[in-house]
Design a protein around this ligand. Structure first.
Ligand SMILES: O=P(O)(O)OC[C@H]1O[C@](O)(CO)[C@@H](O)[C@@H]1O
Length: 430
């Protein structure tokens, strides 16, 4: 992975080369803490060991009974779905096995998806570390009934990835379902490079070994200097810019196959760093599409954003036919990829022209190695940012209140949070 931070030097907000030197000293200290945590396999830090600890042979063996299905339906939410979705979306052109993700409880969407799937040729990949997540378990119960209604024995086509105990573990044990264990010490949002994120890709016959090789190549760069590690450098620069007012980070990949990557990054960045009144809001964007929408705000709105531009250095292209359309003849003979790359560089320059901080992240290609590099580097960036900000990177206490309220509203127990829902202050305009 290549990171270019030239467009954050002396921008507004921005950092100076002197700041970068001081930041590098802090990175060295933070790296010592991170390395210590990794060596001790401490909760959270253990995620950065995954290129060494994940067993891809075990994953392939676990899914082997399913052969080559027509489709894989992953039922999970948050880190239990987004890592797998990122890898499958990035590598979709490498397989004929469709990947679908049920990571919300919208009844119309769920009904439409189940209606469209060949349930007798679909493997249901249900993923939950806790085994208690309401959305995942509710969806699984609905999917299981749909399979039964379609005359499909769900126990023949269900794969489970979960913890040592809980509802899903009990279900897998009771029905002898093929299963994998979520890794110890790895929060869901950091689990893309583990059984959680790789089982779906393995079911699709994708190159999970290549994903880990890419991740390993970024792991090998972790050292006491931001100048040796694109991941550390990205986290440190994003932190320094947030400290100077860039409280939003627009993650803007210039590849449709990386749109899920931006969604995965949003959970990783927000749930890890949004603590004690601190954090940097991830905005999901897509190039070139959002040049015709959000770019106006990025270039002319408040000076409170970092824009992260991501692209592959190589991509398949499609020639644009010659044309005599008024003013558009310049497009003929170029490729769509040439246009997309020109727009990437133009957007980068347009932000720099207004001293708007932006960084460039590039991978050679959107392939297994490249997506592995991206995932690992962003995880290392998140851990580095969290160390520099002094926050508890690997917890997510703020998400629990809403879970209790929702559960109470459905009669799942007595929760004061649910009572607070009834106290809503109303001011309705119709
Ligand atoms: O894998 P589980 O336990 O279902 O959790 C799913 C997601 O929900 C969260 O715990 C937040 O509620 C995330 O951290 C996690 O990725």
């Amino acid at each position: 992975m290549y990171l270019d931070i030239g467009n954050v030097l002396d921008t507004s907000p921005g950092i100076t080369e002197q700041t970068l030197d001081r930041l590098d000293e802090r990175v060295a200290i933070a790296h010592e803490r991170i390395a210590e945590g990794m060596a001790a396999e401490e909760h959270g830090y253990a995620a950065l060991n995954l290129p060494e600890t994940v067993d891809t042979d075990e994953i392939r063996a676990a899914v082997e009974p399913f052969g080559t299905p027509e489709a894989v339906l992953t039922v999970g939410i948050g880190g239990s779905a987004l890592g797998a979705a990122t890898i499958s979306a990035a590598l979709a052109d490498q397989t004929d096995v469709e990947a679908h993700f049920l990571d919300n409880v919208d009844p119309e969407d769920t009904a439409e998806l189940l209606e469209s799937l060949p349930l007798d040729e679909t493997v249901v990949n249900v993923v939950s570390r806790s085994g208690t997540t309401a959305e995942t378990l509710a969806n699984f119960l609905v999917v299981r009934e749909a399979m039964a209604d379609a005359g499909v024995d769900w126990t023949d086509q269900t794969f489970v990835t979960t913890g040592d105990e809980g509802n899903l573990r009990n279900l897998a044990d009771k029905h002898d379902l093929p299963s994998l264990k979520v890794p110890d010490g790895v929060p869901g949002r950091f689990s893309a490079l583990s059984t959680v994120g790789l089982a779906c890709a393995a079911l699709q016959g994708l190159n999970i070994e290549g994903v880990i090789e890419g991740a390993r190549s970024e792991m090998d760069k972790l050292s006491g200097s931001l100048e040796a590690s694109p991941g550390y450098a990205y986290g440190a620069v994003a932190y320094a810019l947030a400290e100077r007012g860039a409280l939003t980070n627009a993650m803007m990949p210039y590849a449709e196959s990386l749109e899920y990557f931006a969604e995965w990054f949003a959970q990783l960045w927000a749930e890890s760093l949004g603590k004690e009144g601190l954090g940097q809001t991830p905005a999901r964007a897509l190039g070139a599409t959002d040049q015709h929408s959000q770019l106006q705000l990025y270039r002319a709105g408040p000076r409170d954003k970092l824009v992260t531009l991501v692209r592959p250095r190589q991509r398949e292209d499609i020639d644009i036919p010659e044309t005599d359309l008024e003013g558009l003849s310049y497009l003929g003979g170029a490729g769509l990829g040439d246009l997309l790359d020109a727009e990437f560089e133009a957007t980068e320059a347009s932000l720099a022209a207004e001293d708007r901080p932006n960084v460039r992240i590039e991978i050679d290609r959107v392939d297994a190695h490249g997506v592995g590099e991206l995932l690992y580097a962003m995880e290392a960036a998140t851990v580095m940012y969290g160390e520099l900000a002094g926050v508890s990177t690997f917890t997510q206490p703020a998400v629990e209140w809403g879970k209790k309220a929702a559960r109470g509203l459905l009669g799942g127990g007595e929760f004061q949070e649910a009572e607070a829902v009834a106290d809503k202050r109303e001011f309705t305009i119709e």
